[in-house]
Write a protein that binds this ligand. Structure first.
Ligand SMILES: [Zn+2]
Ligand SMILES: [Zn+2]
Length: 291
């Protein structure tokens, strides 16, 4: 389910009682037969488009299993919370595993029948959809900053309907998202609104020289506007954190600034909740997690 109202999203109870069910209690994502996105926690999400099902960045085996049978696994980058070997082992090996350039050696022993490395600009056909690797802004490398493996985002597309997943994003130059927005008519984008540290920490990084590796909710809303997407599903929050602040803070901040900026189409989901794209394709009223 969605959060019940703007007020609840903005001022609800602290994260410990914010309505999140433990991953073990998540329902398996069934084949709905409609286009939509289900958030399973952190950056893990199932997208269904034109009958093709993909899971992005499966993290933790029990959560990966909730994705059900998928046609493809799309991994955005090699950081362990996105390219997670333990979790990939929980995915049926018939799925087409797509990873950024430089990741093949990390996954080659996992037994996937088909592994494809991509770099930004590449395009694949999987099932009935197009899968486009697109640029994003984040550190390359797995354990330290290096040139490889690379980071990418993805746009999956059928006809005019497109869904975007940015992977992780830092505070560096976000013009790449203008270009993605010009190239695709994005129905829904999944953008990170936090990391493992509290919101205030990322806010302080915005103006620092190194600019950190994650963004704050304000920056995610900026990117959403740059993309020209019709819906924003915030991810990378409320799942992994270091208990230095409430896990609900990123969503509270996002709800607050979305209201202040009169931004429409912000859908703050619970773990296991689904956004049906039919809800946003007909010019529906702006909503912030309304029931
Ligand atoms: Zn990362
Ligand atoms: Zn991450």
């Amino acid at each position: 389910m969605l959060y019940s109202s703007v007020t609840a999203a903005a001022t609800g109870n602290d994260g410990a009682s914010s309505g999140f069910r433990p991953s073990e209690a998540l329902a398996r994502v069934g084949d709905s037969g409609t286009d939509g996105v289900t958030w399973l926690g952190h950056a893990t999400a199932v997208a269904e488009l034109a009958g093709t099902r993909v899971v992005f960045d499966p993290l933790l085996p029990w959560r990966a299993k909730k994705a059900g049978v998928v046609d493809a696994v799309l991994v955005t980058h090699s950081h362990v919370d996105h390219l997670n070997r333990w979790s990939l082992r929980a995915i049926p090996r018939e799925a087409h595993l797509v990873v950024p350039r430089g990741c093949r050696d990390i996954v080659s022993d996992l037994g996937f029948a088909r592994v494809t490395e991509v770099t930004a600009g590449d395009q694949l056909a999987i099932g009935g959809i197009e899968v486009h690797a697109v640029p994003t802004r984040h550190d390359n490398g797995r354990w330290s900053k290096r040139d490889a493996p690379e980071c990418v985002g993805y746009v999956i597309k059928r006809d005019k309907l497109a869904i975007h997943h940015a992977g992780d994003v830092d505070f560096s130059d976000h013009r790449v998202f203008d270009d993605i927005g010009k190239r695709f008519d994005i129905a829904a984008t999944l953008l990170p609104i936090g990391g493992m540290m509290p919101v205030w920490y990322y806010r302080t990084r915005r103006t620092r020289i190194d600019q950190g590796v994650h963004i704050d909710p304000d920056c995610a809303l900026d990117i959403y506007e740059r993309l020209g997407a019709r819906a924003l599903v915030p991810v990378h929050w409320g799942t992994l954190h270091l208990r230095l602040g409430l896990p609900s803070m990123p969503r509270r901040r996002l709800a607050k600034i979305a209201l202040a900026r009169n931004a429409s189409g912000v859908h703050i989901l619970e773990h296991g909740a689904r956004l049906d794209l039919a809800e946003i394709s007909g010019g529906a009223e702006p909503r912030l997690g309304a029931p």
